[in-house]
Ligand binder design. Structure first.
Ligand code: FAD
Length: 413
């Protein structure tokens, strides 16, 4: 490999992990990372959790600081945008005009919040959460005693709702779908989550369309709903999903399929360009090669680390089990693997430690596990369940449901 260097577009979770791993695996040539937020790579999960609530002014939790960048000899364009890849001559063009040559290129561009298209004079005033700057804006708007409307019952909306409750706000959550957490979370868990929010005082408007979002004289927002009711509030935070950031890949004529399309090695349709994290969809070997795209912290970390090896020529398929967690109030929710509505669900009641739900496919294979309980309480059981899924085990349903049967034993079977 000639040393035109490794170039990483996107200084987030996946990009930062890849940069460090390239060095760990012995790449001594140039590494250049391009970020467009004007900050060092930082963790996003705290943005919807304690950083909205903490009394002290939050600071980003940095993944790669200046010292580490110098120590690892990683170049960093902190505030620029990669606008085009000239694939024939292997260069990336930045908005500033810089042309960066690359030997191998990684797209780790993440995702952007999906915007709600709605009538009304205040549609543009809704708040969205993806970046540290967004979190600061929302934090300022959710002050004690305020009425906060959250649009969208996905993870980010629910975490913002829980944070606003912690800050003594009155919270109403509006969800268009028939239930919260429709994407990727089994109904059993969604019910537990909704119940916990209701106990905390959150009001729900579920299965109802939003007609308009207006601001009245005096500054009060009015969300008019299709059932004739309205939610009046002081701030609106909208979390209705994210769209993979594919602009650079599109303009550079790479294949797109629910994000930047990569193969099992995380290579795009151009063999010298890879993608990792929220921006890409990839085939998962554990699920018959089904193409998936994950918006999950561990996946971004794992793919960032994994792709570095493949950029250096390892050619190892990516096969880590999908895993997601969310913290709301004193509860943690975790989902590992992929489930289908047709799977059989079996519950294992762990008492004070929470509930595990096993999802078993028609052929008897354990394909997914989800759980909710007090933070940290079910971690060990959950890890064993993950190992069972990775092993493609076919345990008896009765054994899964019975907390007296040790999952370790099922693993040995
Ligand atoms: C508020 C919030 C809470 C979350 N909580 C959880 C959680 O509890 N559990 C969990 O599992 N996951 C959680 N996640 C998801 C997790 O943080 C993401 O999956 C992860 O950050 C994705 O990493 P990434 O590197 O793919 O993208 P990002 O971390 O988004 O990084 C992409 C970076 O690339 C930049 N970029 C894009 N295009 C360009 C370009 N052309 N030029 C230069 N730079 C560019 C972007 O601005 C961004 O800085 C949360 C996410 C958010 C937003």
């Amino acid at each position: 490999m000639k040393d035109y260097g490794m170039v990483i577009v996107g200084a987030g979770e996946a990009g930062a992990r890849a940069a460090v791993e390239l060095r760990t695996q012995g790449w001594t040539g140039a590494i250049t990372m391009i970020g467009n937020e004007g900050r060092h790579p930082y963790e996003r999960p705290p943005l919807s959790k304690h950083q909205l609530v903490d009394a002290a002014e939050p600071v980003p939790i940095t993944i790669l600081d200046s010292n580490r960048l110098i120590e690892q000899n990683i170049g960093f364009h902190t505030n620029d945008v990669a606008v085009r890849i000239n694939r024939q001559v292997h260069t990336v063009e930045l908005a500033s005009g810089i042309q960066l040559p690359y030997e191998r290129l990684l797209l780790a561009t993440g995702a952007n919040p999906r915007k709600l298209s709605v009538q009304g004079n205040a549609a543009k005033e809704m708040l969205y959460l993806r970046t540290f700057a967004d979190a600061i804006r929302i934090r300022e708007r959710i002050q004690p005693g305020q009425r906060v409307a959250v649009i969208g019952g996905g993870f980010i909306g629910l975490e913002v709702a829980a944070s606003a409750v912690k800050k003594s706000c009155e919270v109403t959550l509006v969800e268009v779908a028939p239930r919260i957490l429709m994407r990727g979370v089994p109904e059993e868990i969604a019910k537990l989550v909704e119940q916990r929010h209701r106990e905390a005082g959150v009001r729900f408007k579920i299965g109802v369309m939003i007609e308009s979002v207006d601001k009245e004289v005096g500054g009060e927002y009015v969300i008019s709903l299709a059932d004739g009711s309205a939610v009046r509030c002081d701030a609106i935070v909208t979390g209705i999903g994210a769209i993979p950031a594919t602009a650079l890949a599109v303009v550079s004529e790479l294949e797109i399929e629910n994000g930047v399309k990569v193969n099992e090695m995380l290579a795009t349709s151009d063999p010298d360009i890879y993608a990792a994290g929220d921006c890409c969809s990839f085939p998962h070997p554990l699920y018959g090669g089904k193409r998936i795209r994950l918006e999950a912290w561990r996946n971004a970390q794992d793919q960032g680390t994994h792709v570095a090896g493949n950029m250096l020529g390892a050619a190892v398929p990516y096969s880590a089990l999908p895993w997601f967690w969310s913290d709301q109030y004193d509860q943690t929710l975790q989902v590992a693997g992929l489930s289908e509505p047709t799977d059989t669900t079996v519950m294992r009641n762990l008492g004070d430690a929470g509930k595990l739900f096993f999802h078993v496919a028609g052929d008897g294979r354990l394909v997914s596990v989800s759980a909710m309980g007090p933070t940290g309480a079910f971690a060990k059981e959950f890890r064993l369940a993950e190992l069972l899924i990775e092993k493609q085990a076919r345990p008896e349903l009765e054994a899964l449901a019975n907390p007296g049967r040790k999952l370790k034993e099922l693993l040995r079977a």
